[in-house]
Design a protein around this ligand. Structure first.
Ligand SMILES: [Zn+2]
Length: 283
């Protein structure tokens, strides 16, 4: 009998130790990551046919959102994407010479960060889904932050010929001197909560962002892998992409990754997803 009692006490103590360990583990694992969604402007696509290789969208137009994001992790803060150029703030919407796009932006990143209690210098890392004009707008403001960029993207957009060929983009990125060049996926804080995924094709070093905010599902921000829902459904590729085959491969890889992680996908330029994400994180 005595032996039985001792054994029981022993087992109970092991069990409670294990439980305590487990509690401690969950406490350690449960990192609080916060997300803010901010407004980097609006794009009216006057010639939607630019967004497909065929004539599907001929004669159509569409309004796109252009948000950017601030991720707050205990180990640092990351800004994802850069909205439209800030010289659009306070002026009439601007149409590009080809007439394809009309763009506008309401406020500067400095003011918008202030609205969530942050300053430019609070941001440790800047990462852009890619280097197109509607994603690099306020990048130069973050010259004290570390720029997380695919090496291929950096080499393509930041050299002497790019200065001539893509002058506008070059000028909006050139002040970023603290550069961390990536060659593939990158776990920003080392705990799998904030992961940059390499998804080339739209540009040579295009990337998307995986976020585990501790919600029911992790979040996937598409960058410009898709600009709106129909292009995701039918895997349509804009005619201005850097590499069509590479884009299609990235789309496949993205969908497989989203499925295996049960991720909630947010198309960054979709107004519907922009509103849905704001609602989700404010609930
Ligand atoms: Zn783009």
């Amino acid at each position: 009998m005595r032996q039985y009692i001792i054994l029981t006490v022993f087992l109970i103590s092991i069990f409670s130790c294990r439980n305590a360990d487990k509690k401690e583990e969950t406490k350690l694992e449960k990192v609080q990551v916060q997300l803010h969604v901010l407004d980097g402007g609006k794009i009216v696509v006057n010639k939607l046919e630019l967004f497909s290789e065929d004539t599907t969208y001929q004669g159509q137009s569409k309004v796109l959102a252009d948000p950017y994001y601030v991720v707050i992790h205990p180990k640092g803060k990351l800004i994802w994407d850069g909205g439209l150029p800030e010289n659009l703030v306070g002026v009439e919407p601007l149409t590009d010479p080809s007439g394809g796009f009309t763009v506008s932006r309401k406020d500067s990143v400095k003011n918008q960060l202030k609205s969530i209690g942050l300053n430019i210098n609070d941001i440790d890392y800047i990462a852009l889904s890619h280097s197109h004009l509607d994603h690099v707008g306020h990048a130069n403001s973050f010259k004290n932050s570390t720029w997380l960029v695919q090496e291929s993207e950096y080499d393509y957009f930041l050299n002497d010929s790019a200065k001539i060929k893509h002058g506008d983009i070059y000028n909006l990125l050139k002040d970023l001197k603290k550069v961390s060049k990536l060659t593939g996926d990158y776990d920003v804080f080392g705990d799998s909560t904030v992961v940059i995924k390499s998804m080339p094709g739209h540009t040579i070093g295009h990337q998307v962002l995986y976020l585990d905010l501790g919600l029911d599902q992790p979040i996937l921000l598409t960058g410009d892998l898709y600009h709106f829902e129909e292009n995701r459904t039918y895997q349509r590729v804009p005619i201005f992409n850097y590499n069509i085959d590479q884009t299609k491969k990235s789309m496949k890889a993205f969908e497989a990754f989203a499925k295996s992680n049960n991720a909630d996908v947010f198309i960054q330029h979709s107004f519907k997803d922009y509103e849905r994400l704001k609602t989700l994180i404010n609930d």
